[in-house]
Design a protein around this ligand. Structure first.
Ligand SMILES: Cc1cc2nc3c(=O)[nH]c(=O)nc-3n(C[C@H](O)[C@H](O)[C@H](O)COP(=O)(O)O)c2cc1C
Length: 208
């Protein structure tokens, strides 16, 4: 370890050209979330503060910095769809992050096909090879360590239906790299994707 270590306390600012936080916690998978409002207007937006939190039942979640349309819609309708953002769909995914008036359809704006789910009325991105239909389980407002409320919201949903393009299943095993998932890194514009050459395997001590 180098003797010189950059140190900062986030409450006082990072003092760097870009906040290193999301470059360090990266690359992150993307929650490409589709929802709809009470009038049935579709919405689609990417969230890289996103992950999976439970196996059985599967629970996934994303965090919104501010009360954004996706959060409002999901709290209203209690459902959403997660779509896998692939390298092929990266530019369209990015387009769906534009701040446009509430009620305007990002599917149309980004030239994507919307297909209504089997278990929820939110739409799947048909071009995306994997989609999860989800029902809202919790919407949690984040707080500081001292308990002060922050204008950030963690939306968690139970996955109630899964759609996988069968070309991504080899002998029944899902091929993570083959899908070329888009992964967000840091700064204003850095992303990665992966291929099979990045793979290595570890067996857990308990399984040896
Ligand atoms: C790759 C990517 C990741 C993003 N991740 C987040 C995130 O984790 N949280 C957030 O609040 N906004 C995030 N944004 C910005 C939102 O996508 C943007 O504010 C969008 O307009 C929100 O849409 P909505 O208001 O329709 O929900 C991200 C944007 C991009 C391009």
């Amino acid at each position: 370890m180098s003797a010189k270590r950059y140190y900062y306390e986030p409450a006082d600012g990072h003092g760097l050209p870009h906040d290193p936080l999301n470059a360090i916690i990266g690359p992150r998978p993307i929650g490409w979330i589709s929802s709809y409002d009470q009038q049935g207007n579709r919405n689609l937006a990417p969230y890289s503060f996103f992950n999976c939190f439970n196996y059985r039942p599967p629970i996934i979640g994303f965090a919104s910095s501010g009360w954004k349309d996706s959060v409002q819609n999901i709290v209203e309708t209690k459902e959403f769809v997660w779509n896998l953002a692939t390298r092929e769909l990266a530019e369209q995914m990015n387009e769906t992050s534009a701040s446009i008036p509430r009620g305007e359809d990002e599917f149309v704006r980004a030239g994507l096909t919307a297909v209504v789910g089997q278990k929820v009325k939110a739409s799947l991105v048909a071009e995306s090879p994997v989609n999860f239909e989800c029902r809202l389980s919790q919407c949690i407002q984040l707080t500081t360590a001292d308990g002060a409320a922050i204008d950030s919201w963690l939306v968690l949903g139970e996955v109630v239906a899964v759609h996988i393009d069968e070309s991504l299943l080899k002998d029944g095993i899902y091929q993570t790299a083959l899908a070329k998932p888009v992964l967000r890194a840091g700064g204003p514009s850095a992303y990665y994707t992966i291929d099979e050459s990045h793979r290595f395997d570890l067996t857990r001590p308990d399984a040896r």
